[in-house]
Design a binder for this molecule. Structure first.
Ligand SMILES: [Zn+2]
Ligand SMILES: [Zn+2]
Length: 338
């Protein structure tokens, strides 16, 4: 068998990717795979694996020759288990990639691309230490952080090269995958090259190289907040998102995104509570059109409400009978972890 170039793509499918960003990533992956299937070097050399991470890490595409890769469909879950994804990629490389021995040349050095929009929510120090402990150096790791809330202090410790893709718009994600596709094609043509990809393939507009020796300080102050809400009428889950108002003293209503019905199947995780006095603006329930929301005093879950909602309701999550109070004082609610 000829020497292979193993490529691992790790995709963040946490809830902060819900909606347009995830659709853009799905299209990007599809477009990249189509392009690689037309490239003679990639067909000859590149093998692709796709791993997603959210509450868990999952191998959606095991290491497969390009011509046989089917683009996966992606779905979102709570959490950003990057540590679990790093363990999974290390195990896969150790199992699937042929090492060079005295008798024969092994596969080319694997490339790992991590695409994330936030901060890991699991332990990543253990997994990255295990990955780096393997000698010789197991893979060249590129981390591509997208959007406003990326923790580059952490990513700089994980990756050899960090790139900031400044937004998660459909257009910018498409450009990112153009770069990724060109990079894989270039490496497939010269798989022994140790030149870092961003030096060979110019970064697209909106992408910027991060200095991993002095990455931007991560303050922990997110610019976005999101909350899970259950529709009182249909019991379907959705997420309402807020973004930090310029100047930074409160959060404005941004958008709502429907969540899949099985969204909580791997368990919801909670992040530090947020005082509702910091939240401004109106979200419309995407299922019934209600323009407000309330909190169950028993289970703490949020549900949609209107001024016309009867004063006695049943919590759509814990099914406790509730008497609605018109208390307008601020209270604290649990943010979701993304
Ligand atoms: Zn509703
Ligand atoms: Zn409840």
């Amino acid at each position: 068998m000829s020497r292979r170039l193993p490529i691992y793509i790790l995709l963040d499918c946490s809830e902060s990717m819900a909606g347009e960003p995830l659709e853009a990533v799905e299209v990007g992956v599809y477009t990249m795979i189509s392009a690689l299937k037309k490239n003679p070097y990639a067909i000859e050399t590149a093998f692709l694996s796709i791993i997603t991470f959210d509450a868990k890490a999952r191998t959606l595409v095991p290491l497969t020759e390009i011509s046989a890769v089917a683009p996966p469909s992606l779905s979102i879950r709570p959490g950003t288990s990057l540590g679990a994804a790093l363990d999974l990629v290390r195990e896969s490389i150790s199992r699937d990639v042929k090492q060079t021995t005295l008798e024969s040349k092994g596969d080319f050095k694997p490339m790992v691309f991590i695409m994330t929009d936030g901060q890991p929510t699991d332990d990543w120090q253990g997994p990255i230490a295990r990955l780096k402990a393997v000698k010789p150096h197991l893979a060249q790791i590129y981390a591509i952080g997208c959007g406003d809330d990326v923790d580059f202090e952490t990513l700089s410790q994980i990756a050899d090269v960090c790139i900031h893709n400044k937004t998660l718009s459909t257009e910018s994600v498409a450009k990112l995958f153009v770069w990724l596709s060109a990079s894989v094609q270039s490496q497939s043509a010269t798989p022994e090259s140790a030149i870092s990809l961003e030096k060979k393939i110019p970064l697209e507009k909106g992408m910027e190289l991060i200095n991993t020796d002095s990455p931007p300080k991560f303050t922990g102050q997110n610019k976005r907040l999101s909350f899970h809400v259950t529709c009182l009428n249909t019991k379907q889950p959705y997420m309402m998102r807020f973004k930090l108002y310029p100047g930074g003293s409160f959060f404005m209503a941004d958008d709502v995104v429907k969540l899949p019905l099985d969204f909580f199947s791997d368990g919801a995780m909670k992040s530090p509570p947020v005082d509702t006095s910091l939240l401004q603006g109106v979200h419309i329930c995407p299922f019934c059109g209600a323009d407000g929301w309330g909190k169950c005093g028993f289970c703490g879950h949020l549900f949609c409400l209107t001024p016309q909602t009867p004063s006695r309701i049943v919590c759509p999550v814990c099914e406790t009978n509730l008497a609605l109070s018109s208390n307008t004082d601020s209270f604290s609610i649990d943010g979701s972890q993304g």
